[in-house]
Write a protein that binds this ligand. Structure first.
Ligand SMILES: C[S@@+](CC[C@H](N)C(=O)[O-])C[C@H]1O[C@@H](n2cnc3c(N)ncnc32)[C@H](O)[C@@H]1O
Length: 327
């Protein structure tokens, strides 16, 4: 992806930085502020994420790939440590001895370290991006991160250089690039929206909104509250001269997520990954969020439908998740 697409926004905000520096700094400042709210705002995500990580690890064990003990894990974009926590909850967790938590946001890592202290494993915290690493690892976890990466090609090559032969790569929780325009997927979303509309005519809003929808709505509202703080910081650092809207900030940070301002190069394409990981064995390719939302926000009937689609290993949901082994 070319940073060039950010040029109109760079100009609009009066920034003197190059589009690359602009993206890098906004991404860090945004996540530094998001860190204080992250676990609370994403608690609805936990259930679906844990299920997906469990499924990927089960797929690995079913494939009879030999996993050794004393594994070294690298969590790229570790955030508050949620993704590592969930991997440790799986049967692969027992085999992990050493954990490296890497993130460009120092504030995210502050929360991750609080969790890491309780894991009873050796851990190190690195506040940087992938280019600063030179060790090699047995497992690399990339959860909810690929959609923040502008130069995906370069990033994946760096990931590859850090994974040992026979090493395991897990990535998930990113928009599913090959299927966002898929007719069946779009029909499902329309069907679910119709269902919600018809329910809303019969019931009060409190009855139709599943409990966890509140978390989803709070997440959107919550994310907006710190946009002001992000703007204040960016102005103070002279990254920008004029304030940015929430949508503008997200178009920079969530650079591969569909939005009003972001319509090109959206999502992570499996076709692209497969080309990139030619020297990897694909253990499993999965999808979820078949109705456009996480399971925890769906109505009871649709949770059942989502479960059936996950069970059938359909690939056309909103999110992509994969596990690979390097040959
Ligand atoms: C949506 S959070 C995901 C956190 C965690 N993996 C999880 O699943 O809960 C994305 C994280 O990636 C980090 N991040 C974004 N770009 C990064 C980069 N280029 N290198 C390392 N970390 C990055 C952000 O600071 C943030 O903590």
């Amino acid at each position: 992806m070319s940073y060039y697409k950010l040029l109109p926004l760079v100009k609009k905000t009066g920034s003197q930085l190059s589009p690359k520096e602009f993206q890098k700094r906004i991404n860090i400042v945004f996540h530094d502020y998001e860190a204080d709210h992250y676990d609370k705002l994403h608690c609805d995500m936990k259930e679906s994420l844990q299920e997906q990580i469990n499924l990927l690890v089960d797929d690995l064990f079913i494939s009879k790939i030999e996993t050794l003990n004393n594994l070294c894990l690298l969590d790229i974009g570790a955030g508050t440590g949620l993704s590592t926590q969930m991997l440790l909850n799986t049967k692969l967790g027992f085999q992990i001895e050493n954990i490296t938590l890497l993130d460009t946001s120092i504030n995210m890592l502050k929360y991750a370290e609080e969790k890491a202290k309780k894991w009873q494993k050796k851990y190190s915290i690195i506040n940087s991006d992938i280019s600063s690493l030179s060790d090699s690892f047995d497992i690399i976890m990339i959860c909810s991160v690929l959609h923040h990466i502008p130069e995906l090609d370069k990033f994946l090559s760096q990931v590859d250089s850090l994974l040992k032969p026979g090493g395991i790569l897990i990535h998930l929780q990113d928009p599913n690039g090959d299927y966002l325009e898929d007719k069946i997927y779009i029909n499902r979303i329309e069907q679910y929206n119709k269902e919600l509309n018809s329910l809303s005519k019969k019931k009060t809003i409190k009855q139709i909104i599943p409990k966890n929808w509140k978390h989803f709505i709070n997440r959107l509202i919550g994310r907006k509250t710190y946009i002001d703080l992000v703007n204040n910081q960016l102005l103070k650092e002279k990254v920008i001269k004029r304030r940015m809207s929430a949508d503008e900030i997200w178009s920079v940070t969530d650079i591969r997520v569909e939005s009003k301002l972001n319509k090109e190069e959206i999502g992570i394409s499996f076709k692209f990954l497969k080309q990139h990981f030619r020297n990897y064995k694909l253990i499993s390719h999965r999808s979820y969020c078949f109705f456009g939302f996480l399971k925890s926000t769906l109505t009871v009937e649709y949770v059942q439908k989502e479960n059936n689609l996950i069970k059938k290993k359909e690939l056309n949901g909103r999110n992509i998740s994969c596990i690979w082994v390097k040959k």
